[in-house]
Design a protein around this ligand. Structure first.
Ligand code: CA
Length: 232
């Protein structure tokens, strides 16, 4: 068993040097190969370059928090399993970590036996599922990297335009009403001018349709909008 586990490489990102070294010793004794990083930037760099089976990532780190490290890894399309560590009664909670792409979460002080059990469970599960790229004909939107393309050409969108396009793509082929769009893309309490939807649909068309001479965002009179597949 030891021989096979010897090939499993882990990265521990932890700024408390004594804890980091104790973790490395313990995990090495279990047969893992372990690299250490002592701040968020170094951790992110190692995680991007190294081929790790899993990460143990502290949240409170110098230079870049564990949350940011996790977020940037996911944005870079790196789906290594992440076990986050946090101090008890910290200002962060489990939901935040999991929202940002962590796969499991352990509160300090933790039992070493529990850490190893959780790590093994993560390794068995393997890399988490990457959110699917949404497409309609030649148009694609990647929720993980936030890249939008038509026929291979990158399109730059503002965050609001991105959210609107994501919503239309998730409901591809269906008519969505202005009020549904307002509820999902703005928020349920939005009390401004509902014509803002029309304005933003106009912006989107100018970016994802007009330059490519296609019409994928249709206006359905008196009902709303429908995104259809064209090209690709
Ligand atoms: Ca720390």
């Amino acid at each position: 068993m030891g021989g096979r586990l010897g090939t499993v490489k882990l990265l521990v990102v932890e700024d408390e040097v004594r804890l980091a070294r104790a973790l490395r010793r313990g995990l090495q004794a279990e047969g893992f190969t372990v690299d250490l990083a002592y701040d968020g930037e170094e951790g992110l760099h190692f995680a991007k370059e190294g081929d790790y089976a899993a990460l143990v990532l502290d949240i409170m780190l110098p230079r870049l928090s564990g949350y940011r490290v996790c977020q940037e890894l996911r944005a870079a399309g790196i789906w290594v399993p992440v076990l986050m560590l946090s101090a008890k009664d910290g200002e962060y909670d489990e939901a935040d970590g999991l929202d940002l792409g962590a796969d499991d979460y352990l509160t300090k002080p933790f039992s070493y036996v529990v850490l190893v059990a959780r790590l093994r469970a993560l390794l068995r599960r393997g890399a988490p599922d990457r959110p699917a790229v949404l497409t309609a004909g030649g148009l694609s939107l990647d929720p993980a990297t936030r890249a939008v393309r038509r026929d291979g050409t990158d399109i730059a969108l503002t965050p609001r335009e991105f959210s609107l396009l994501e919503f239309l793509l998730r409901r591809r082929g269906e008519v969505v009403t202005k009020s549904e769009i307002l509820r999902h893309v703005w928020d349920s309490n939005y009390s401004g001018d509902p014509n803002v939807v029309e304005v933003y649909v106009g912006y989107l068309r100018r970016k994802v349709d007009a330059p490519f001479d296609v019409r994928s965002i249709e206006t359905v009179r008196g009902a709303g909008y429908r995104l259809v597949a064209v090209g690709g």
